[in-house]
Design a protein. Structure first.
Ligand SMILES: [Zn+2]
Length: 494
């Protein structure tokens, strides 16, 4: 296939086949004669018999040299706009005559992007596959219900909290919206830093360049506005990048940040006004002797000191090298863009400040489901009787340990006289002075602080998790059963 591509390129260079121009502007003229995808080749040329004859020769040569065969039964010639005599042209080349719009790789090909009806199929596909809302519903149901059918279960925690990161007190499940955005940022990054590639040339030809790193902003709704959506995120990319100056070819002297923390035009606005090379790159204002800046008038006496200061600032920066200017992604130590750090940046975890020690739930060496249950208890999301009543169950809330008080999470897990015995047993075992806090979240916070009295670091993290989860059974009845066994066990141990 590479051979075919090469022959088509040569034919285009020699003007035997003319492709189509992406941009009407001559200077940006990217001209495409063909595109290849897997075993398919799409060739673009004018509706002229001469060009088709050349194409035919290329195909015959290609078959002869490569031993591959073109499947003419599956090959089509598609007239674009008005082509008065398509049949004689098709006879030169062979293959069938097709009609636009058609479908290629599941996408509409050759239809006007503004005609609404052609997008119906795409919209349907998106609805089926992509819409984040629907995906979230599926994920939500899976989290609380698993794969099982049966009885509808309570969704104990708000989705916003579930998708917040663990440090903020969430469950750290990926936020699809932010994840998608961080993947889109990657395309901006590739446009800025990749070497020559066809997709890049096409995008730049279509939308024009703004500075050395990106395209102009997109206002017109071309196609599905895909690039517009991506380009809108450029400020985010730019504000988290710095330029590492190499040869200075891609760095604007006044407008980019390359010496100090702000652009030079902000550091020295008075000198910027006097300068005549406002849009110059570093390379353009630098020669072997040093800086080559031109000003529109001679300096006044009182300006000399300021100018010296300006040149001193410039001297701090090292000399230009022969390497390319690089865009450094500030959020990674090695400066390389990573989707993971972009995700962190875009993540809009809701802040849950009640507890600073969420981390200890997840860092301790306890089984994951115990950690999850500890998290639920700390967040007060367990289905104790009072919570069931809030959700409309008709109950008379009475703690089933002591049968004298209301069954709340804090009572059941901390203050009930039955539970209290269990806590005391473990606390004595560890030799800690301990006053039971009011609620489950505080237990974790205090344990982090006061549990420090003993040397055993890992054990410190394990105990509250184990106590709160007590065996990792999630139903109220099971927890109570487990607690009862533990209490009788602790009595026996005494
Ligand atoms: Zn009780």
């Amino acid at each position: 296939m590479g051979g075919l591509s090469y022959m088509l390129k040569i034919a285009q260079v020699n003007n035997r086949i003319r492709g189509f121009k992406v941009s009407e502007e001559e200077s940006l003229g990217v001209s495409i004669s063909h595109l290849q995808y897997a075993d398919d080749t799409l060739v673009f040329c004018d509706a002229e018999s001469e060009q088709l004859k050349h194409l035919r020769v290329i195909f015959i040569l290609f078959e002869a040299i490569s031993g591959l065969h073109i499947n003419w039964g599956k090959s089509f010639i598609y007239p674009v706009n008005e082509v008065p005599e398509i049949s004689p042209l098709a006879n030169i080349l062979g293959g069938n005559i097709g009609e636009l719009p058609t479908t290629y790789l599941g996408m509409p090909l050759g239809a006007k992007s503004k005609s609404l009806s052609i997008w119906n199929s795409v919209v349907e596909k998106c609805e089926k596959k992509l819409i984040i809302q629907r995906l979230n519903t599926i994920r939500r149901n899976f989290l609380w219900q698993g794969n099982g059918e049966g009885e509808k279960k309570f969704h104990l925690v708000k989705w916003d909290v579930v998708i917040s990161n663990k440090k903020e007190g969430g469950l750290g499940i990926k936020n699809l919206k932010s994840h998608n955005k961080s993947l889109l940022l990657k395309w901006l990054r590739r446009l800025a830093t990749d070497d020559q590639s066809l997709w890049k040339d096409i995008i730049i030809a279509r939308y024009g360049k703004e500075g050395p790193w990106t395209t102009k902003e997109v206002y017109t709704p071309y196609g599905v506005g895909l690039w517009r959506t991506i380009r809108n995120k450029w400020p985010r990319m730019w504000s988290n990048s710095v330029i590492n100056v190499g040869n200075g070819r891609k760095t604007l002297f006044w407008n980019d940040i390359w010496v100090g923390q702000t652009p030079l035009r902000q550091q020295f606005p008075d000198i910027y006004i006097l300068n005549q090379q406002k849009m110059a790159t570093i390379l353009e204002v630098r020669n072997e002797q040093g800086w080559n800046l031109t000003f529109r008038r001679f300096l006044n006496d009182w300006e000399v000191e300021r100018m010296t200061q300006f040149y001193n600032t410039l001297e701090q920066d090292k000399n230009l090298t022969c390497e390319k200017d690089k865009l450094i992604w500030k959020l990674e130590k090695d400066g390389k863009f990573k989707v993971k750090s972009a995700y962190k940046l875009l993540d809009i975890s809701i802040e849950i400040k009640e507890l600073r020690s969420w981390k200890m739930i997840w860092k301790g060496k306890i089984p994951h489901k115990v950690a999850c249950f500890t998290w639920l208890v700390a967040r007060q999301y367990v289905l104790t009787q009072d919570n069931l009543m809030k959700r409309g169950r008709d109950l008379c809330s009475r703690c089933s340990f002591c049968e004298s008080e209301t069954e709340t999470i804090n009572h059941l897990f901390l203050h009930c006289k039955v539970t209290e015995k269990l806590w005391k047993y473990f606390i004595n075992l560890r030799g800690i002075t301990w006053t039971m806090p009011r609620n489950t979240a505080e237990v974790l916070a205090c344990w982090n602080r006061d549990g420090n009295q003993t040397g055993h670091k890992e054990g410190r993290k394990i105990v509250p998790g184990s106590l709160l989860a007590s065996g990792g059974q999630y139903g109220g009845r099971e927890i109570r059963d487990v607690l009862r066994t533990r209490v009788s066990l602790s009595k026996a141990l005494k």
